[in-house]
Design a protein around this ligand. Structure first.
Ligand SMILES: [Zn+2]
Length: 174
């Protein structure tokens, strides 16, 4: 399975990477993928799930600042550095869930063509022009699933018993 690491100072990225790793290492993710059907691919949902689950790579997040301040790009991966996710640091004002979505989306690309010297895309999403079918492509759908599932997992409660149970003295402010 894929593990994402981050050594930088943006705490929001550390948080998003922790959440993304929990989801990438959970069977629920792969069960959800298997139960879906994707556009932009000849792969079966089972084959997509297997490709991601059998990708054993440790990826590093590096931030970058695009020259164009309104760059719409959230992140990218490149065959030249197949173990790196480049994350746009101008868009860290997004919700943590949205950043998790981006990280998982990029992991799907890495699992697809990250170790292929020819960079052949087997379950991508086509070019960058908009079409509603892209929402059902593997990278977009799986990224969105991670964002939605995370939201359900952490949906808030003011129940102090739960807070106390989950409290970890090691991680509390002194
Ligand atoms: Zn993409």
């Amino acid at each position: 399975m894929i593990t994402i690491t981050y050594n930088g100072t943006y705490s929001k990225i550390t948080e998003a990477a922790d959440f993304a790793n929990q989801l990438l290492h959970s069977q629920e993710l792969y069960d959800a993928i298997k139960a879906n059907a994707f556009t932009h691919t000849a792969y079966t949902p089972h084959a997509v799930a297997a490709a991601i689950q059998n990708c054993h790579k440790t990826l590093l997040i590096r931030t970058y600042r695009p020259k164009w301040v309104f760059s719409k790009a959230n992140a990218y991966v490149t065959l030249a550095q197949p173990l790196t996710i480049f994350l746009n640091s101008r868009k860290l004002w997004r919700s943590c869930g949205s950043i998790v979505n981006t990280l998982v989306h990029e992991c799907v690309h890495i699992a697809d063509y990250g170790d292929d010297p020819h960079g052949q895309i087997n379950f991508g999403h086509g070019d960058n022009s908009y079409s509603s079918a892209k929402d059902s492509s593997a990278p977009y759908w799986i990224g969105k699933w991670a964002e939605t599932h995370l939201q359900q997992l952490v949906d808030g409660t003011e129940d102090e018993e739960i807070a106390e149970r989950d409290f970890n003295p090691e991680l509390a402010d002194k």
